[in-house]
Ligand binder design. Structure first.
Ligand SMILES: *Cc1c(COP(=O)(O)O)cnc(C)c1O
Length: 435
């Protein structure tokens, strides 16, 4: 018999609950603060931009929260996702390591982001909201929310970072196909956008600016709420379907991971894969090494400070205790758009501070080398974001070879790169630079 490479679950093995890491934190997390009063934010502050049911989740420390049936029904369009063993990559590397990856690229939007977009659209619909406003960088989050809104009958208004709006039209077209309205940010739709346009007509935009516009839209437009695709507790929690499924699939494989790896922009796909394993580390004293990987160009965990900071440029969000490069940090234009956020989820930041996880930064050219090797051995063209995790998985496999010992490596393939091919072209043409 040849080696088994694909581990699948049936639809009724899909998790029925999300896992909330707040219930198991060995030390409580510092609360988000109101920027004016510097007191912990209240429910009333939060319901200005989010529906109450999601605010309750955000503040909850209940260990497990039931996934509503209508959400599971939509998840079933692509979940459970497969776990694969990268035997061809192992062979190419001549490593004794076993490499496994969870394939989140099989969702209709091509990434893990629908796992939370679907939940958020559902809860907003339940709360009577008619329209969602959000921001997007290269379009992964915007397209995921557009998809979810179309499935639950909500309007979707997306502020897309201007440079991506013009340079990356395909995800904008996906959003429009799913019925969303997309504005290049800074836009003329908000006061903040108009002010920035006036100051600098050539402003290329940033994620922080687009967040500010979307929040202003949500606050000022009737029946409208805001949706965020990463960073927040409830977003990270929705992603834990990834790790819970992976645990069952690793059991099928009869192995336990030694190293668990995820790329981290705001931290949600990393959280989704790793938090159920972090729980075992806390409660069962497991020895997993859990690594969050970021770009050297936007190194919030490896070079940033742990302090209270805003989530956006206009300083409208609560202050969050997180690893941050500063809310006015303008990241260089690297090709992994999803990893260009100045901060990191409070939960991920807290676990890093406590030493339960580690962080590594990798260079863009090394990331694309890993992406090409993965595509040529495993067949799937990975998202440049996901390739950060692949880079470290390969490094760990090479180390295992040098040390001459078996090691089980697990990483999350957060998305495919079929809409990022111009980045691959730039790499092959030798145009990519390291910061
Ligand atoms: C958005 C995105 C990321 C980064 O976001 P996280 O919240 O850190 O997971 C990573 N990979 C892909 C494919 C993305 O679309």
């Amino acid at each position: 018999m040849s080696t088994r490479i694909r581990y699948t679950l049936s639809q009724d093995q899909m998790p029925k609950q999300w896992y909330n890491i707040l219930a198991d934190m060995p030390e409580p997390m510092p609360p988000p603060l109101h920027p004016g009063t510097k007191k912990p934010v209240s429910l009333e502050d939060m319901v200005r931009i989010f529906p109450e049911n999601l605010v309750m989740q955000e503040m909850s420390s209940e260990r497990y929260i039931e996934i509503p049936e209508p959400v599971r029904d939509v998840y079933a369009l692509y979940r459970p996702t497969p776990l694969l063993r990268a035997v061809r990559l192992e062979k190419e590397l001549q490593t004794p390591a076993h490499i496994y990856y969870k394939n989140e690229s099989v969702s209709p939007a091509g990434s893990h982001k629908p796992n939370t977009a679907i939940a958020q659209a559902y809860y907003n619909k339940q709360a009577g909201v008619k329209r969602l406003a959000t921001e997007t960088g290269a379009g992964q989050w915007g397209s995921s929310l557009a998809l979810a809104c179309s499935l639950f009958g909500l309007e979707c208004n997306v502020y897309m970072v201007k440079v991506s709006y013009h340079q990356k039209p395909y995800r904008r077209m996906m959003m429009e196909t799913w019925g969303a309205t997309v504005h290049a940010s800074p836009s003329d739709q908000t006061e903040f956008g108009r002010k920035l346009q006036h100051e600098n007509p050539h402003c290329a935009g940033s994620l922080g600016i687009a967040i500010s516009e979307a929040i202003e839209d949500a606050v000022k437009t009737p029946n409208t709420k805001y949706a965020l695709g990463s960073v927040l507790n409830h977003v990270c929690m929705h992603q834990t379907v990834i790790g819970q499924e992976t645990m069952l699939q690793m059991e099928q494989a009869g192995e336990e991971p030694d190293v668990i790896i995820g790329c981290a922009g705001g931290g949600s796909n990393f959280a989704g894969l790793s938090f159920p394993f972090v729980r075992r580390k806390i409660t069962e004293k497991k020895k997993y090494r859990i690594i969050a990987v970021e770009p050297t160009a936007c190194p919030s965990m490896t070079k940033g400070e742990l302090r209270y900071d805003f989530g956006d440029t206009a300083q409208t969000t609560p202050l969050i205790m997180m690893y941050t490069l500063g809310h006015d940090f303008m990241p260089p234009s690297i090709h992994a758009g999803g990893l260009r956020y100045h901060g990191m989820a409070a939960t991920v930041s807290h676990l890093l501070k406590l030493g339960l996880i580690e962080a590594q930064a990798v260079k863009q050219t090394c990331v694309f080398e890993a992406a090409a090797l993965f595509a040529r051995t495993e067949g799937i063209i990975p998202a440049p974001e996901s390739a950060h995790a692949i880079r470290v998985a390969i490094d760990e496999a090479v180390k295992a070879k040098e040390e001459g010992r078996k090691k089980v490596i697990l990483f999350n393939l957060s998305g495919h790169g079929l809409l990022d091919l111009t980045s691959f072209e730039a790499f092959f043409d030798g145009e990519l630079q390291d910061v």
